[in-house]
Design a protein around this ligand. Structure first.
Ligand code: PFF
Length: 454
């Protein structure tokens, strides 16, 4: 299986911007816009942001480079890349962990992504007395628990994702992310302008930028680490398979840096959309996961032009989610089609059918009396179990092993050559990168893993 992988032609991204748009599209998602603001809200505002940035640099960037290089050199999906590079040894199962992560994340991420479609539709009945903008709390509780409707939206979302992936790497993924990412940024800037010009918005801005270190605990640091990790789509076979579509002459260091920077910029913009508005309307910035589906709709209701801004907001949220789910599905179907030698289309249909088996129960986890898994499997809902399994176990373990593969394992032989394109670019960055990858990143990821399992 490993002998001829170098000579086979492979789809590649058409341009540098295409690579960055696709990877940044994966990185930028509900994690940045939904999770980051409420985590920052609960963890001391910009104190959290600062800690997050440090982890992005010492954990996120080295781990991303490790994945990129394995993919570019292995020239295949995560499983086959590791197999190609090690003559089919057990390392390939590290790749499989990533693919499984993407599969399971897709299953529960599509629940929340589906909600965004439901909210887009509801912006057209903005003043409905039973709708989310008049009765945010009651509506969200009732909608998320209503069973069939969120499942329907979820299925539509999954089909959208499949449609883009079906068009292929260049015509589907690259082309879609290349226009969606700039549009996303534009929509965010429009909403930020609206938000920071609300009366009393300054308090929200200073909440985001004035660090409150009194709120920082060890948990804050661990949360920031986990967030840096999830938000860069690490250890999900995604960066790896996208790396396999990168030409051997491209500079991966600058691509990684651009992705890390754009993901951070979007997280900060999300904070700037949300906190000035919450402060202006007297909503607690610490209201947790409900911030977006409950607190924001009530703010839109009371804001001049609220209906328009609500529509923009939920469109941008669903686009951010879509460019992420595309990458998850690509990681899965890349494996299915390459490993079983079937067409991309067949692989897509088979994969989304399998995803649905987990995805539908994940959405139904929000019903009044959801099915719980047996206690030896943790006793949580399907949604909670998939989240725990991926964020706390599969991803940290997969990332740790990938980083070790490159820093200490078989990958150390060619890592320098891959990063510097045979010694021709960015040589001065290589030493610090290697140092982090060997001594710092694995220790941090191991800490996340131990903390997450305990
Ligand atoms: N990075 C995405 C976000 O922050 O929403 C989440 C994600 C996408 C995780 C793709 C994993 C993945 F493979």
């Amino acid at each position: 299986m490993a002998h001829d992988y170098k000579s086979k032609p492979r789809d590649t991204f058409g341009s540098k911007f295409g690579i960055i748009a696709a990877v940044a599209g994966s990185a930028i998602g509900l994690g940045n816009i939904w999770k980051f603001p409420y985590m920052a809200g609960a963890n001391g505002g910009s104190a959290f942001l600062l800690i997050y940035l440090v982890f992005l640099l010492i954990l996120g960037v080295p781990a991303m480079m490790a994945e990129f290089t394995v993919g570019r050199k292995g020239r295949a999906n995560a499983f086959t890349s590791f197999a190609n590079l090690t003559g089919g040894s057990a390392w390939k199962w590290v790749g499989m962990m990533g693919i499984l992560s993407s599969f399971f994340i897709f299953s529960f991420y599509s629940t929340v992504a589906g909600w965004t479609l439901g909210y887009i539709v509801r912006t057209f009945t903005f003043t409905d007395p039973t709708g989310p903008f008049v009765q945010p709390e009651g509506y969200f509780a009732q909608f998320s628990a209503s069973g069939w409707l969120p499942v329907l939206y979820q299925i539509i979302f999954i089909l959208f994702t499949a449609l883009v992936v079906k068009l292929g790497v260049t015509k589907g993924i690259e082309r879609t992310t290349k226009w969606m990412m700039p549009v996303l940024l534009l929509l965010m800037v429009i909403i930020v302008i609206r938000s920071v010009t609300l009366p009393g918005a300054a308090a929200g801005v200073s909440f985001l930028f004035k660090p409150d270190f009194s709120k920082v605990t060890i948990d804050t640091c661990l949360n920031a680490m986990g967030q840096a990790f999830f938000s860069l789509s690490l250890a999900a076979g995604v960066v790896l398979i996208y790396g396999s579509y990168v030409k051997s002459t491209d500079n991966m260091m600058t691509s990684t840096a651009s992705v890390a920077i754009s993901s951070t910029v979007v997280a900060v913009l999300a904070g700037l959309m949300i906190f000035p508005a919450t402060f202006s309307f007297g909503v607690a910035p610490t209201s947790g996961p409900n911030l977006i589906y409950v607190a924001l709709p009530s703010i839109f209701r009371n804001m001049v032009g609220g209906q328009f801004f609500a529509l923009l907001f939920f469109i941008l949220l669903s686009m951010a989610a879509l460019t992420s789910t595309i990458s998850m599905l690509e990681a899965v179907i890349g494996f299915v089609s390459e490993h079983f030698h079937i067409s991309r289309s067949t692989a897509i249909w088979l994969s989304i059918a399998a995803v649905a088996i987990f995805a539908i129960p994940a959405t139904l986890s929000f019903m009044p009396e959801p099915m719980l898994l047996p206690s030896w499997l943790g006793g949580k809902t399907v949604f909670g179990t998939l989240d725990f399994l991926t964020s706390n176990i599969l991803m940290p373990a997969g990332c740790l092993l990938t980083v070790l593969f490159v820093g200490w394992g078989p990958g150390r032989k060619w890592f320098r050559d891959e990063v510097t394109n045979g010694g021709t670019i960015g040589r001065r960055w290589y030493k610090p990168l290697e140092f982090l990858l060997k001594w710092v990143t694995p220790v941090l990821v191991a800490v996340i893993l131990v903390w997450g399992v305990l």
